[in-house]
Design a binder for this molecule. Structure first.
Ligand code: FEO
Length: 397
């Protein structure tokens, strides 16, 4: 049972989840997931967010161990997604005098999820403070990071900010809970970028608004509800989230292809080799049918450009490419250099569908797209690829 003191009044009581294969039943979790929860033990006692329902039998034991005979006065609910709110109902039953702290959006959701009404709900306005003894808690709304009700809880005395999804990342905490316990870039950077690209990217405009709003708040510790607690270098994760929200990207290109019998893969490799010959570095090629979309989106976030290729399939693009295109649309990746290619047997339907996707999403792909019928022999495609690579590598610069 790991209970770690963040300050003399604030304990980490989060849990690891290495059983769930897909976060939100969509995003791959090869390194597991941490659901962080915190307990403030002041004159008043406050649980800051809970954990996913049933994720760990020891969670309740940790709360009891920290509180001893004291009652739980409040649960501060920064976000209602069930990976954090899942245990609210259980804990409210355990502590019948406990009240939930939330905003107007939280109030409706908590009633919808748990049947918790007015008598057990304490509404806080944006910026409102509640004294809890030695310290005061301040609540600051950061809507749409990641749902409309999201807010942060700020402990004024210890200058600890509890940010829920903001500044979170994939990955269980495999020993320590602090940034200083790891060579963080080696262990968690990729998983945090992947989390940002999958879960938060759609709301990047709201992330930038939240960062501006929190800019004047003095911070010693950032305590998110996923990933490490930022005690040694909290401004590092603020900078990373800002860079990603502004779509700053590294040199490199993702080529993602969907194929039935290999011809589109052959074309992908031909394009990749010619791009390399043209001086483009870090070309990462994915078969969308055997890679969880989570990783492809992460590299699309990371690098300056992406190139999509598909075979024709029942008059449209391949279903696996439809999945990727749908996630690109939802997560709203911006400022990328985009290219298209594909193969078909009679009518070019796959590339036509990719062009339709681009047009509908106000993406202007580099021209010309590379298209051919059947086997993409050099005689058929080399001149097209040369023209495409020349235009694409110029656009990257
Ligand atoms: Fe970690 Fe939006 O929940």
């Amino acid at each position: 049972m790991k209970i770690v003191n963040i300050t003399d009044r604030i304990s980490y009581i989060g849990v690891n989840d290495r059983k769930t294969p897909l976060f939100e039943n969509n995003w791959s979790l090869p390194h597991g997931m941490a659901y962080n929860s915190y307990l403030i033990n002041d004159d008043k006692t406050v649980l800051v967010d809970t954990v996913k329902y049933g994720s760990d039998n020891e969670y309740i034991a940790k709360i009891k161990k920290v509180l001893g005979d004291k009652p739980l006065d409040y649960i501060a609910v920064n976000h209602m997604e069930p990976d954090h709110a899942g245990m609210i109902g259980v804990i409210m039953d355990m502590y019948p005098d406990c009240k939930v702290i939330g905003n107007a959006q939280t109030k409706k959701m908590i009633n919808d999820y748990f049947g918790i009404g007015e008598d057990r709900f304490k509404m806080v306005a944006d910026g409102e403070e509640i004294p809890i003894g030695q310290s005061t808690l301040k609540f600051i709304y950061i809507p749409w990071v990641h749902w409309p009700e999201t807010m942060v809880t700020y402990d004024v005395k210890d200058q600890v900010i509890f940010t829920c999804d903001a500044f979170g990342g994939y990955g269980a905490l495999d020993g320590g809970i602090f940034d200083s316990d790891y060579d963080w870039d080696k262990v968690y950077l990729d998983d945090m970028r992947r989390y940002y690209s999958n879960i938060v990217c759609k709301y990047s405009t709201m992330v930038l608004k939240a960062l501006a709003k929190l800019d004047s708040v003095p911070i010693n510790v950032i305590a998110p509800s996923h990933g490490v607690v930022w005690k040694e270098n909290p401004m590092k994760v603020v900078g990373l989230f800002k860079d990603w929200a502004e779509f700053k990207a590294e040199e490199g290109v993702v080529i993602a292809f969907a194929t039935m019998y290999g011809h589109t893969e052959t074309l992908a490799d031909m394009i990749g080799q010619k791009l390399c010959d043209a001086g483009v570095k870090n070309i990462i090629t994915y078969n969308v049918s055997n890679t969880n979309i989570s990783f492809i989106l992460s590299d699309i976030q990371k690098y300056k450009g992406y190139i999509l290729g598909t075979c024709a399939y029942n008059g449209v693009m391949h279903p696996a490419m439809q999945h990727l295109c749908n996630e690109i649309k939802i997560t709203a990746q911006k400022n990328k250099v985009v290219g298209l290619f594909g193969t078909s047997s009679w009518n070019g339907a796959g590339v036509k569908d990719l062009k339709k996707f681009a047009e509908e999403n106000k993406i202007a792909p580099v021209e010309p797209a590379v298209e051919t019928f059947g086997d993409p022999t050099p005689e058929k495609v080399e001149y097209q690829i040369d023209a495409f690579v020349k235009a694409y590598s110029a656009a990257l610069k």
